[in-house]
Design a protein around this ligand. Structure first.
Ligand SMILES: Cc1ncc(COP(=O)(O)O)c(C=O)c1O
Length: 451
């Protein structure tokens, strides 16, 4: 597939969006992606026959339900889900992780989470574990809630252990095995690709260790499945979580794929209408033993259908073609930025995938991002990306500096928070975008030198 073909995957009005007289260059796909043409068209088609899902006898209801249900199979096929998997629709990855954290909080044991995890794949576990630990402790007055909230965090943190990168910026299998051997880990959480450095750990090797110690394996595929080939069965992934808006389907859909045999044991995370077959006169609700049990309320069918449309399109293009194309663009950007004085690249060239974190010496990262947008029509993101630990590490923030940051934040001042700039690349970009980006960064860095 050539460059032209990739760009043609998006509608002209998206490719030709103008900012301050310039064609907008979107280098923020790691945050969210524009819709593919196939997704927009697929959703428009679906809306023609849109009717109530799982709730009506009318033709539109039947057609809508059928297409909605088929979207689960498309997702399962794309991720190589084992036979007997459910697809639970969640609003996004955050929602999916909260669902899983809730289920697992009923089981005995601890949780292991990596130090590069997005806070959405870390904090839900602390909260769920902490809430479980309260047992029957009830508050008698709202004034007591502060104490209870602190207790939730404290207890939750004691149940959620973290494994870290080694000096080479990789996960150390020996350290992971030690953690698994010395603690009763019930569930092991790993991001398939860091949202800030793009580092992709060896999912399969780590999975083998996780299973050796009989823990469940949860993988955050949010930054991975749109760039790299994934296969849950081959990689030994028990639960995979992802967000539609990161893979060109920004219609509020996300998913968790996980084993029926596990999910059938739990009451639904949310209960109400549509996800139970009967409520007795005593108020006992009976349950489904299928996907529907975890589909509370009227579902976001458009979200589900849009995800299926996106994954079908990515499959048609070929994920290996996508990976090759995107890695080429990112390498071009990396090599270009590496030549600019005062630009500090914060990613190891060997681990390069589709994101580049960097700073320009002496210029605040937020200001760099603002200038890129305002002066050059290039959209990137600056800040801490919900991975405070990774940013602290990359910028070598000392404990003293951190104390000052905490003091400021508690006073309501967030202006001094450490941050970096992140440029991320996807099939919505081409080599000309990268050239413009390198030129813009160079100009910003030079302007600073001239001052
Ligand atoms: C690796 C990773 N996990 C989880 C999330 C949270 O995703 P969402 O905001 O769609 O819930 C993100 C979002 O940036 C992410 O990059």
């Amino acid at each position: 597939m050539n460059k032209e073909t990739f760009i043609n995957l998006f509608k002209d009005e998206i490719n030709d969006y103008i900012v301050n007289g310039k064609r907008y260059v979107n280098l923020d796909s790691a945050a969210t992606t524009p819709p593919l043409k196939a997704v927009q068209d697929g959703v428009d088609d679906y809306l023609v026959s849109y009717g109530s899902v799982h709730r009506g006898a009318g033709e539109k209801s039947k057609v809508s339900t059928d297409i909605y249900e088929k979207s689960r199979q498309v997702i399962k096929d794309f991720v190589g889900a084992p036979t007997g998997s459910y697809v639970i629709f969640s609003g996004n990855t955050t929602g999916g992780m909260n669902i899983l954290a809730h289920f697992f909080s009923h089981l005995d044991g601890k949780v292991a989470v990596s130090s590069i995890e997005h806070s959405s794949s870390w904090l839900p576990w602390i909260k769920a574990e902490g809430e479980r630990s309260l047992n029957s402790r009830m508050v008698t007055s709202l004034n007591d809630m502060g104490f209870v909230n602190d207790l939730i965090q404290k207890n939750g943190n004691s149940q959620v252990l973290r494994y870290c990168l080694n000096g080479k910026g990789e996960f150390d299998l020996k350290q992971i095995e030690k953690l698994l051997r010395e603690n009763k880990i019930k569930v092991f959480v790993l991001t398939a690709s860091s949202n800030l450095t793009g580092y992709c750990p060896d999912i399969q090797k780590i999975g083998k260790l996780v299973h050796k110690y009989e823990a469940y394996y949860v993988v955050d595929g949010c930054q991975y499945i749109q760039h790299h080939s994934i296969n849950m069965s081959e990689m030994g992934i028990d639960f995979l979580v992802a967000s539609g808006h990161k893979f060109y389907a920004p219609y509020g859909g996300g998913f968790v794929v996980g084993p029926k045999i596990f999910l059938d044991q739990f009451l639904p995370y949310q209960i109400g209408g549509g996800n139970l077959p009967y409520i007795t006169s005593d108020g006992e609700f009976l349950r489904y033993e299928n996907n529907l049990a975890h589909d509370p309320g009227t579902p976001n069918a458009v979200g589900a259908v849009s995800m299926a449309a996106a994954l079908s399109e990515l499959k048609r293009i070929g994920i290996n073609n996508i990976e090759k194309y995107e890695t080429g663009l990112t390498r071009q950007a990396y090599d270009g930025l590496a030549k600019i004085k005062n630009v500090k690249l914060l990613v190891n060239g060997k681990q390069l995938t589709t994101v580049i974190p960097f700073i320009i010496d002496g210029i605040d990262s937020e200001a760099v991002a603002e200038k890129l947008n305002n002066d050059f029509g290039i959209g990137v993101r600056a800040g801490n990306f919900c991975v405070y630990h990774v940013v602290r590490d990359l910028l070598k923030i000392t404990p003293e500096q951190e104390k000052a940051i905490i003091r400021d934040v508690k006073r309501g001042e967030t202006g001094n928070m450490p941050g970096v700039v992140r440029a991320s690349f996807s099939i919505c970009n081409d080599s000309e975008d990268v050239t413009r980006f390198i030129g813009a960064v160079e100009e910003i860095a030079q302007r600073k030198n001239k001052k």
